[in-house]
Structures are given as structure tokens and as C-alpha cells.
Design a protein around this ligand. Structure first.
Ligand code: GLU
Length: 297
């Protein structure tokens, strides 16, 4: 059975870009008679906005985006991430890293696809080194020379050399926070998710997630990365670019706009948001979603 999900981070309220992701993942799941889950990715409290989780859930309800089962909160699942890290440690696939952010920047092996590439300074440290110091390390995953390839249902064929494009990456930060890459892989597998529909900004992360799935013996998922929605300056809508929160009084117009961005034909007049979504489920075709960024007005 198809299992999809929407996994917002409660760092702010939903905006047009996150609504696009919610709607597309919902339509793809429902049009294939699948389940659609919601997972709150609340792993980084300093970046979170008080009340955002509740506001996100009530916004989804206002758009008639009803999820299956209970909402899962990553903040309550640290034991699962710790078990995955222990599994990787047992195979010496991770090492403790004591480098400060400054050292990482200063000694970087150049710029990768998602920030600087780590020099490997701590790569030869044994997994027990942290027992001999009173410092808390970060834990990095050792990547090899492998090329990770996959077919994205919207963006097409993708490939990435983890060593040359990303480098050894952090799974647990020295401040005790779990990295998104590990948590997302563990949770998608634990929740039985098999289809991921999300924003194109995460395309660059997918090879790291596929690599973790391979190392942890988890199934590889089907991925579809949506086009980015940008403002007229070509910037992705986000908190940093001051994306306006959704005005729920205009929810029908907003949903209609999102459906057009997703390549659906003009929707007929309907009596309710649920009817509009129901119509969209009937007419949804993933193959009609554009690869190109969409400039919103
Ligand atoms: N929590 C992530 C975000 O809001 C999305 C994670 C995902 O869909 O894999 O950007």
C-alpha cells in the first residue's frame, strides 16, 4: 500500500511553498488510495516558533487536508535515532568529531553541493575516543567513493558522489541535537512510508538518505521533488524571504492557485474545500507537475 507523508518543521507558519508540498503529497497519496501521514520535525528547538505545530495542524484542517493516524513528533523519538546511530557505530561507519564550526570552515576541502566539505581531520579517531576526553563530540558518517543514483518522479535521473559532493556528514550534533538526515530516514522507515513528495530544496539531501537506508538495511523510497515556488526575485519562499503566512479567509483562492501550480486544469465551482480537494484527487497527475521553479505573484 502507498504510504506518503507531510513532514513540516515547526520553525514558522505554513506559507504558499509549504502548502504546495502538503497538497501535492496529499493528492499523490489519495489518488493512489494510499495513507497520508503528518510528522512534526521538531528536532531543533532553538529554531522553532512557539505554537507553530498547533497552528500548522489547524491550517491543514482548514484546507481539509485530513491525515491518517496520530501525528508523530520527532522530539519524542530520540531513542529510535540513538538505536540507528548505535547500529552504525557497531559497524564503524561513524566517528566522533571534535572540530569546531570554525575549524570545519577553515580546513574545508572546498565547497560541496550543500555547504563545505569536511576535511576528515577526525576520520581516523576510534569510536571510543570520546570516552577518553570530557568533550562531547558530534558523530559523523564516513562516506566512501560511491556514486548514488536514483530516478526522481518529477526531476528525472539524479546522481551524486557523496565523497566529492558532500563529504562525511553529521548525524548527531555536539550540542545533542539529531541531524535531519538521520531522523528522516529512521522515521520514514519506522512509519512504513514508501513515497516521498517534497520540495526541490531537499533533492540534494536525497542521496545521503538513500546511503543511510543502504547502511541501515532499510528499503529505498520513491521520491518526487516538487518545483520550487519563488518570489519575483527568484528566491525560494521561506521564513528568511519573509513568506507571508497563509490567510485562511482566502483559503479557497489559495488552494485553487496551488492546484494550477501543480498542473491541474481549472477547477469547477464547488461547495466546500473538501469538494475542491476531492475534485483534485480525481484529476491529479504527477506527470503534469513542472520541473521548473514557479514564480508566484
Ligand atoms: N522537515 C523538512 C522541511 O520542513 C522536510 C523534510 C522532508 O520532507 O523530508 O523542510
Amino acid at each position: 500500500m502507498y504510504v506518503g507523508r507531510f513532514a513540516p518543521s515547526p520553525t514558522g507558519l505554513l506559507h504558499i511553498g509549504s502548502l504546495l508540498t502538503a497538497v501535492a503529497s496529499y493528492l499523490d497519496a489519495r489518488s493512489r488510495h494510499g495513507r497520508w501521514l503528518v510528522r512534526m520535525e521538531d528536532l531543533d528547538p532553538p529554531r522553532e516558533m512557539p505554537g507553530a505545530s498547533t497552528a500548522i495542524l489547524s491550517t491543514l484542517e482548514a484546507f481539509a487536508l485530513h491525515w491518517d493516524g496520530e501525528v508523530v513528533y520527532q522530539s519524542k523519538r530520540h531513542h529510535l535515532y540513538a538505536a540507528a546511530l548505535a547500529q552504525l557505530r557497531a559497524h564503524e561507519l561513524v566517528y566522533p568529531c571534535y572540530c569546531s564550526r570554525k575549524t570545519v570552515q577553515a580546513e574545508a576541502q572546498g565547497m560541496g553541493v550543500d555547504g563545505v566539505i569536511y576535511s576528515g581531520r577526525c576520520a581516523s579517531l576510534g569510536a571510543d575516543t570520546h570516552l577518553c576526553t570530557n568533550k562531547t563530540p558530534a558523530w559523523r558518517l564516513r562516506v566512501g567513493a560511491e556514486l548514488i543514483c536514483f530516478q526522481d518522479a518529477i526531476q528525472g535521473w539524479q546522481q551524486q558522489y557523496l565523497a566529492g559532493d558532500v563529504g562525511d556528514f553529521v548525524l548527531l550534533r555536539a550540542d545533542g541535537f539529531w541531524a535531519y538526515q538521520l531522523a528522516v530516514v529512521v522515521d520514514d522507515a519506522a512509519q512504513g512510508v514508501n513515497h516521498v513528495v517534497r520540495g526541490q530544496d531537499l533533492l540534494v539531501s536525497t542521496p545521503r538518505q538513500i546511503y543511510l537506508q543502504q547502511l541501515l538495511g532499510l528499503p529505498q523510497l520513491n521520491y518526487a521533488h516538487l518545483p520550487l515556488l519563488t518570489n519575483t526575485l527568484g528566491q525560494k519562499w521561506s521564513k528568511q524571504t519573509q513568506a507571508p503566512a497563509l490567510d485562511l479567509r482566502k483559503r479557497e483562492a489559495l488552494l485553487r492557485q496551488v492546484l494550477v501550480y501543480l498542473g491541474l486544469p481549472q477547477a469547477p465551482q464547488v461547495d466546500s474545500m473538501a469538494d475542491l480537494l476531492g475534485w483534485a484527487v480525481q484529476h491529479w497527475q504527477l506527470g503534469r507537475v513542472s520541473r521548473q521553479a514557479i514564480v508566484t505573484v
